[in-house]
Design a protein around this ligand. Structure first.
Ligand SMILES: *Cc1c(COP(=O)(O)O)cnc(C)c1O
Length: 389
């Protein structure tokens, strides 16, 4: 479904690649091990929705499960089915489905389902009964984010769940919710959500349910709120090596796994005062060399005004000059001897002079999640490496 090239050789070995996303599975493995340690004794679910935040869902799922994750989380059923089709057998929870969703297939393929309402839970139970199976259900309670989850209906939902469980069409394996402000550890809503959540768990227990997995924490809460780990934490961003708290949480070393690279297609000399790209928003301050890179906003390059954006070339930061175009952008490389065919790094760990995901986020006002998921474009191949060359 997603273009993916498994390779263990440096990707520049393939001259056909003009631009590519390079994902370091070793970095993901180390991040997951570190998160599993922080979460313990709670278990770790790694969230691989949106093609694992652009990193490749199947490859990340395998790396996560081999390094301490016990569960996988996705949004929609199709994402869970993709994992099952690839032979991933670990517990997978899909938390976003509406009327008419393929619940029967989910039960048959052992995909755990979230239920937000009585109507939905009844539909899940009917789907399970139609295939003679038992749905593994995680009941979601509203605790203060006001997105998905049962609010005033919670008592009714747990009572219905207990009845359906006795009949055998479902098994309630989890009770869960989601935090709205975990990336702001000072926010009073974190404690407020936790209180509502614990009350809701008690209510479920009073109804006779014994959910094995109580879960509330995302990456930020995993790093900052050990008291919220409960039985299971759900980490996305941190597993990809981006810190949602920018260092304000636990001192866990996270390594950004994503690097976006391209090869220079064209280089030329330009005089001082040359207006570069649409609208001439950049003028060369001096005679210089300009390098053309075959990546643009259609590939998910965030558009940053002014000469604050950069790329890396052999350890030198070069300036992204003028407007990013749909498929291409121009770098002012000064007097550096950049040649067509040279590799440049648009987004990465910063090692080559480029910006990190966090820095792009600061510069553009887009969240780190948007910067990452924006890169999942079919025409930019995904290359998985183990360790950086
Ligand atoms: C995306 C998501 C997560 C993971 O959040 P991160 O901040 O990336 O760790 C966890 N739970 C739910 C319900 C989500 O939608």
């Amino acid at each position: 479904m997603h273009p993916s090239i498994e390779t263990h050789a440096p990707p520049q070995a393939d001259p056909a690649l003009a631009a590519w996303r390079e994902v370091d599975l070793d970095a993901i493995a180390r991040n997951v091990r570190a998160l599993a340690d922080v979460a313990a004794p709670a278990s770790l679910m790694v969230v691989v929705k949106a093609n694992a935040y652009s990193h490749g869902a199947v490859e990340v799922a395998r790396a996560a499960l081999a390094n301490g994750a016990t569960h996988l989380g996705v949004a929609v059923l199709e994402e869970a089915f993709e994992l099952r089709s690839a032979g991933v057998t670990a517990p997978v929870l899909a938390w976003l489905a509406g009327p008419g969703a393929r619940y029967a297939e989910a039960v048959a393929r052992d995909v755990s389902l979230a239920a937000y309402s009585c109507t939905q839970l009844e539909e899940v139970a009917r789907g399970a009964a139609s295939v003679g199976g038992r749905a593994q259900v995680h009941l979601k309670v509203e605790t203060g984010m006001w997105r998905g989850g049962a609010a005033g209906e919670w008592r009714e939902l747990v009572a219905l769940a207990a009845r359906l469980q006795r009949r055998g069409s479902i098994a309630v394996v989890g009770v869960w919710s989601h935090l709205a402000c975990a990336d702001d550890p000072e926010s009073p809503s974190n404690d407020a959500q936790m209180r509502v959540f614990l009350d809701a768990v008690e209510e479920a227990e009073r109804a006779g349910l014994e959910p094995a997995w109580r879960h509330l924490a995302n990456s930020a809460a995993t790093l900052s709120r050990p008291d919220m780990h409960l039985d299971l934490v759900r980490c996305g961003l941190a597993a990809y090596g981006v810190d949602p708290l920018a260092g304000r949480g636990a001192t866990v070393r996270l390594e950004q796994a994503m690097t976006l690279r391209a090869t220079v297609t064209h280089v030329k000399d330009a005089p001082a005062g040359a207006g570069v790209s649409y609208g001439h928003t950049y003028r060369t301050p001096a005679a210089t060399r300009l390098a053309l890179v075959p990546l643009g906003y259609a590939d998910g390059i965030p558009v940053v005004p002014g000469p604050t954006a950069r790329a890396g070339w052999k350890g030198h930061a070069v300036t992204l000059s003028g407007r990013v175009c749909m498929d291409q952008l121009v770098l002012d490389v000064g007097q550096l001897p950049v040649q067509p065919g040279d590799e440049v790094t648009l987004l990465g760990t910063g090692r080559d002079g480029e910006h990190t995901v966090g820095r792009w986020s600061n510069l553009t006002g887009r969240s780190t999640y948007e910067v990452l998921t924006g890169l999942d474009r079919r025409r930019v191949p995904l290359v998985h490496v183990r360790g950086r060359p």
